[in-house]
Design a protein. Sequence first.
Length: 462
Amino acid sequence: MLTNREKIQPEHLFAGADDGFFARLRRQQVLFTDPVGRLRLVARARWWFMALVTLYGISAGILYAVSKFGFFPDRGQVVLLSSSLAIMVLYNVFSPRLFQHRRHYRPVSWFQIGLDLIFVTLLVYFSGGGASWFWPVYLLVTLEGAVLIEDKRSVRLLGIFGGGLYGALLLLTYFRVIPFIPMPFVDASLHYDGFYLLLMWCWVSLLNSIVALLGSYLMAVIRGENLAVRESEERLLRFLDSANDLIFSVNSEGTLLYANRSWKETLEFEPTAEKPVNIEKFLYADDLTRCAVEMKQVVESKASRSIEGRLVSRSGALIDVEGNLTFSHQEGSVGTVWGICRDVTSRKRAQSQLYHMAHHDMLTSLPNRLFFIDRLQHANAMARRQQKQIAVLFLDLDRFKIINDTLGHSIGDILLQSVADRLKGCVREVDTVARLGGDEFTVLLSNISGAEDVEPIAGKIL
């Protein structure tokens, strides 16, 4: 049984190729509740960001080159920007792979956020400094920090730190420690206008702080809700896995997506994520067509249906089951069919034994009086319909009492069993041999034309 969050593995829930909406939702929950998962999620988002920035930069460079302004960045600026982008690509490739353990998560997260802030500051500098339009990317980095860092105070400090970097850039430009980068459409005097730079710094710092505050709160809510959903799902998994009923899930093609412990133990099933298994593998051959029709009706009607059939274990044992099929559909998925079955093999066997005991003689296993009367009525009805006749032979064993009195009842029982076997060998399969009690037997001959058909059989019995 699963006991904690670390032991939950995807193959415990799904073992097929088509996971569906439920599995995708679960992977998203893992990303938000697991720190390393969030690190991979942010790395994936950063790839998209770098791709868009690179595409925009190349497009802008081409447009500037053919415009009246020309391609204004010098070689050193291009090399510095390209180097910064290459460093981001490198650490985005290797950090999620090299630091997969949780003990590395906190320093790696701060390292990535710090590099992102430095990279953004460089882009702000090369796109106009205090007059740059690129400063909103600080807000994206702050949101990144809110996703990676769980401590709200640290996220707020991160927002302040981003505003501080921007302010330091403006100060260095204002005091001419570093030269400003001339940009088209930008008034060069703005780089030395203290009032303008102060307003810009206050505006960027204020927005960055607000984003840090709201981002930390919203991410805490999202992480809490995802954790609650995941814990609820794990409780559901533990409940399903501890159930004595056979619980399984398949997609519309019949591929097995989930099987609980009882299913695996009863059918001796060992799931593998690499090789999907179809439900037909476990169905008894005679029930395949009927089960396929019932499955199709459940998918088309999207309603529950009762089922009854036989499953085949890995060792070839037949297992009688009965239960229900239910169609489950979520937005964005093709839908799955859930089945809950009970193993009724013992009950079916007991019912069969009870039926046999109620309709057969316990000593000879021949039909008893009750069953013989039922066979007689059925044979009589068939004879009238087919315009045939039936015959009933009544016989008993002469001097059987002497056998019991001299040799004992056990020898008498053996004799009765031998007589029963011999009588069955004298008649056809469509005929019935019954024991009424004691040493009395009856023989029902079906589908005969007259007495001439009975006399050979009677002679054979004698």
